[in-house]
Design a protein around this ligand. Structure first.
Ligand SMILES: [Zn+2]
Ligand SMILES: [Zn+2]
Length: 128
């Protein structure tokens, strides 16, 4: 992948290095999506999208989704409230909205080196 894959950049508030990233919303928005607690990988699943369609966004729904989110390949855990991190110093860059409001945030922020995992277990939640 080349630098042009990451059209946006910002300066890290912690180490002052440049963080390149892309904003991704797919065809009709990528909500809900969740970040890993250890790296900046993102997960997006059709099963969560379906739940969001069928239910009003609520803390209960958030917990229900959170309880089925798998681990990240890095060993971390995907969970609501996690954020993209600086690829240089790993400082987390907080989002302006709370986890509940972010359920319907269509924009994935994919920083340099992060992966976007779409339906890593097919369209179903992972087995218990
Ligand atoms: Zn940094
Ligand atoms: Zn991870």
């Amino acid at each position: 992948m080349g630098i042009s894959d990451y059209p946006y950049s910002m300066q890290c508030s912690s180490c002052s290095k440049t963080i390149r990233y892309m904003r991704y919303s797919g065809m009709s928005g990528m909500s809900p999506h969740f970040y890993c607690d250890r790296c900046s990988n993102i997960i997006f699943r059709d099963c969560d999208l379906k739940l969001l369609y069928e239910n009003e966004p609520s803390e209960e729904l958030l917990e229900r989704i959170a309880s089925t989110l798998p681990n990240c390949p890095c060993g971390g855990q995907f969970a609501p409230g996690n954020n993209p991190k600086c690829p240089h110093c790993h400082t987390e860059h907080p989002h302006q909205h709370d986890p509940l409001a972010r359920l319907s945030d269509p924009f994935v922020i994919k920083v340099e080196g992060a992966d976007l995992l779409i339906n890593p277990y097919g369209s179903l939640p992972p087995p218990e």
